[in-house]
Design a protein around this ligand. Structure first.
Ligand code: FEO
Length: 397
C-alpha cells in the first residue's frame, strides 16, 4: 500500500487530516526512542471564504503533505497556522509557501521570532496574533489560545469554534504511526500518551495544569494533536493529564541499575525481592539494555527511585549517570531517592549522585555503598534503607 494514501481524512465537515505517518523513525531529538514510529499531523480547515492549514510536517515527509493537498485539490491556502516552531511541525512551511505564495503564516510573537531563526522566514510572511484572538474563515472561526511551555515557550493551540475542535499540537499528543484517524484502543493510546508526556511535558507540569484550565473553558468535541490519533472522547486524555500533573504518586519504586561483576546486581535483586514482599510495585531497569522511554513513563507516578551503580573510573558508571541525569531533568514528582552500589577502592560516587539528582524535591535516603561482593553487613544496611522507604509507602496507602 502507498503510505501516502493512508491519511487525508475528513474529521468533521470540511476539516481534513492531511499529515504524514513516519513508520520507520526510531528516535526523536536523538534522545527519545520511538518503538512505534510517529506521525506529524497537519490539518486543513476549509471555510466558506478562506482556507487554513494548521501546522505542517517534518521536512522528511513534506511530499506526503503535498500529495494530500493535491488529492483534495487545494487551489489556495490563505493561512498557515503555526502552533509550534519545532521543525517536526514547522519544517515544511517554506515548501508550502513556495506552492501557495499568497499564504500568511499566522502565529504568536514568540513563535514568529523562533521561526525566523529556525527556518529563515522573512518577517513579512507573518501575521502575528495575540492570546484569544480570532480569525474568520467565513463560516468557520479559529481562535488562538496561547499555551506556553507545552513544551516550548511559544507553544499555542488553535480552537475551531463552530466544530469544537482543539488543534493542540504536541499538547495531548503521542508518538505512534497509525493508519487509524481516531483513538482505536483507549489503553494503548493512553500508554503512548503517558510515555510522550513523560519524555517532553513532565518537566513543565505546573504550566500544563494552567493550560488545561485554559483550553477547557471551551466545549471540546475533538482534540486533534500533531502526533498520534485524534481524541473523539476528549475527557479520556484530559482526565489522564490531570492525574499525571497532580501530586498523586503510586505505591511504586523504580530501580535503574548497572552492574559490572554482579555485586550491584545482587543488591538490586535483594531490593526487588524485599520490596515485593512488602506488596510494593517494584520495577528494575537493567541499564545495559533498558528502554529509557519506559523508565521515563514509570517516573510519571512513581513514589521512589533508587539508582544502583558500581564505581568505575573513580565515579558512577556512565549508564547510571545518564539515568540519574535524565531523571533530574524530567523533574518527576518522586518523594524519595536513594543510591546503592559497590566499589573496589573508593571514589566520589555518592557526591556525584547528590549533585545529579539535586533538583528533585525529594528526600535523599541514606545510600548504601559496599566494598566488593555484598556480605551480611551489606544486607543489613540495605534492610535499613528498605525500612525507611517502606515507611513512606505505607503512608501512601
Ligand atoms: Fe512535535 Fe515539540 O514537536
Amino acid at each position: 500500500m502507498d503510505r501516502s494514501d493512508l491519511k487525508y481524512n475528513e474529521i468533521t465537515k470540511n476539516v481534513f487530516a492531511v499529515g504524514a505517518e513516519d513508520w520507520d523513525r526510531q528516535i526523536f531529538d536523538e534522545l527519545v526512542p520511538l518503538p512505534d514510529g510517529t506521525s506529524y499531523n497537519s490539518y486543513l480547515v476549509m471555510g466558506s471564504e478562506k482556507t487554513a492549514l494548521i501546522d505542517t510536517v517534518d521536512p522528511e515527509k513534506k511530499e506526503d503533505l503535498i500529495n494530500h493537498l493535491e488529492k483534495l485539490n487545494v487551489q489556495k491556502i490563505d493561512y498557515i497556522i503555526a502552533n509550534h516552531a519545532e521543525q517536526d511541525h514547522s519544517g515544511a512551511i517554506p515548501d508550502i509557501l513556495k506552492l501557495y505564495p499568497e499564504a500568511k503564516v499566522v502565529t504568536n510573537k514568540k513563535c514568529k521570532n523562533l521561526l525566523m531563526d529556525l527556518l529563515h522566514l522573512e518577517e513579512d510572511v507573518f501575521t502575528v496574533v495575540a492570546d484569544e484572538e480570532e480569525l474568520s474563515l467565513g463560516d468557520k472561526t479559529l481562535q488562538f489560545i496561547l499555551t506556553p511551555w507545552v513544551h516550548w515557550p511559544e507553544t499555542m493551540t488553535t480552537y475551531l469554534k463552530e466544530d469544537e475542535v482543539l488543534f493542540s499540537c504536541d499538547f495531548f499528543g503521542s508518538h505512534r504511526a497509525t493508519s487509524k484517524l481516531f483513538v482505536y484502543d483507549d489503553c494503548k493510546v493512553l500508554e503512548d500518551a503517558k510515555r510522550y508526556y513523560a519524555e517532553i511535558m513532565m518537566p513543565y507540569r505546573k504550566f500544563i495544569t494552567k493550560n488545561i484550565d485554559k483550553v477547557e473553558k471551551n466545549p471540546i468535541r475533538f482534540i486533534a494533536p500533531s502526533h498520534g490519533p485524534i481524541f473523539d472522547k476528549p475527557s479520556l486524555i484530559i482526565d489522564a493529564y490531570k492525574d499525571w500533573v497532580s501530586p498523586r504518586v503510586e505505591n511504586k519504586i523504580l530501580i535503574p541499575y548497572v552492574s559490572m561483576h554482579e555485586s550491584t546486581e545482587i543488591m538490586a535483586n535483594y531490593l526487588v525481592k524485599r520490596f515485593t514482599e512488602h506488596g510494593i510495585n517494584v520495577i528494575p531497569f537493567n541499564l545495559t539494555n533498558a528502554d529509557m522511554g519506559v523508565m521515563a513513563m514509570e517516573l510519571v507516578d512513581a513514589a521512589t527511585i533508587i539508582v544502583g551503580s558500581p564505581i568505575v573510573l573513580n565515579g558512577a558508571h556512565p549508564l547510571a549517570v545518564n539515568a540519574a541525569y535524565l531523571t533530574n531533568a524530567l523533574n518527576p514528582k518522586v518523594r524519595q531517592v536513594s543510591v546503592f552500589g559497590s566499589f573496589g577502592w573508593g571514589g566520589k560516587m555518592i557526591k556525584q549522585f547528590e549533585f545529579l539528582l539535586g533538583d528533585l524535591k525529594a528526600e535523599f535516603v541514606e545510600p548504601v555503598l559496599v566494598k566488593g561482593l555484598p556480605k551480611e553487613d551489606a544486607f543489613e544496611k540495605l534492610d535499613v534503607l528498605i525500612e525507611k522507604i517502606v515507611a513512606l509507602h505505607k503512608d501512601l496507602e
